[in-house]
Design a binder for this molecule. Structure first.
Ligand code: FES
Length: 342
């Protein structure tokens, strides 16, 4: 179906009469003048108010500079940093006054007549398009791209390899998730020890309703430093003891606990904060960062918040000397689960 209004090809100018519009143009409402439009004294008064705001803003900015130079950095006021307080207050008030002045200027003094800007065809005219294509062709001819095939191929090779440094630099972002996050230093038989005293824990050390922070005993074998801190950051766990009847473990996890004692990763699966707010009655553990809440009596399942997966559980058992030990490493990665999201 052809139409006179169709701008395709730039052959027809758009109809701006509105004659063919499905909805009639209602036109502009009657302009309602403001008091400052009709009363010169009101306009002057508004002008003085705006000028006063800008003048006060100037004074507060000068005060900011004076405070910065004159107030000692360690000065305190009502228990907070006096310098920071004065700097923030002076700058904040100055910005507020400038903003308020601009708003008042625009609302009360600037021209507020409604205008209509007609929409025009976005297509360039045929002459402009012909000129643009001609310029492109001329540029290609002058650069001799068509004739210098060797140069083109060499450039293509160089540009392809340009991505290699980028990929290499990505290595500085850290190890791949597969190697860094899927494994911890927990192994079968690793004793669970108190995270402060490093004393091996027995089931009787974990009281009903209690939660105890723990680490693998093998952490003390690592030399102090970055490697140890990294290992500790991933392997940190807590033990919690609940009534056995309150625990609803998956069939595959029924043997992962000892007399109502379960062991979970301390690292939130959202973005890695330490989860440590224990609600004994509901068996829920809250992450203080973004309120992800995990039900420890139900396999660490997420019951609230942004975390996308359950808190990883470490299978534990008791060794021949009566100490709590791991059955294996964590069966699933600990920490944030960004690499698992589709
Ligand atoms: S890090 Fe725990 S909820 Fe965000």
């Amino acid at each position: 179906m052809s139409s006179e209004l169709e701008p395709r090809g730039g052959q027809e100018l758009p109809d701006t009469t509105g004659a063919g519009d499905p909805v009639p143009d209602p036109g502009l409402p009657v302009h309602d003048p403001r008091i400052t439009d009709v009363d010169e004294r009101a306009a002057k008064r508004a002008e003085r108010q705006v000028a006063t705001m800008f003048g006060l803003a100037t004074l507060f900015l000068i005060a900011f500079v004076v405070v910065y130079i004159a107030v000692p950095k360690d000065a305190t006021f009502a228990g907070v940093g006096g310098s920071n307080l004065a700097l923030g207050a002076s700058l904040g008030v100055a910005l507020l006054l400038i903003g308020a002045g601009l708003v008042q200027w625009a609302r009360r003094l600037m021209d507020n007549h409604e205008v209509v800007e007609e929409r025009h065809s976005a297509a360039s005219s045929p002459a402009d398009r012909t000129a643009a294509i001609g310029a492109l062709r001329q540029g290609a001819a002058e650069s001799q791209i068509g004739r210098r095939k060797v140069l083109v191929r060499a450039l293509a090779g160089a540009l392809t390899l340009l991505g290699v440094p980028v990929i290499i630099l990505l290595g500085d972002l850290g190890p791949l998730p597969g190697t860094a996050l899927e494994h911890t230093i927990w192994r079968r038989g690793t004793r669970v020890v108190n995270d402060v005293t490093f004393r091996p824990l027995r089931p009787e050390d974990i009281h009903l309703g209690a939660i105890v922070n723990a680490v693998p005993a093998s952490i003390v074998d690592l030399p102090e430093g970055r490697a140890r801190n990294n290992a500790l950051a991933k392997a940190a766990v807590f033990l919690v003891r609940m009534e056995e009847g309150d625990i609803h473990s998956l069939p595959s996890r029924r043997s992962w606990g000892v007399s109502g004692i379960l062991c979970f990763s301390k690292i939130c699966t959202h973005v890695g904060c330490v989860v440590n707010l224990w609600e004994q009655l509901t068996h829920q553990l809250l992450c203080p960062c973004h309120q992800s809440t995990f039900d420890l009596s139900n396999n660490g399942r997420v019951v609230f918040g942004p975390a996308a997966r359950s808190l990883p559980q470490l299978p534990i058992m008791v060794d021949s000397e009566g100490f709590l030990v791991a059955q294996s490493d964590f069966p699933q990665p600990v920490g944030p689960s960004f690499w698992e999201r589709g």
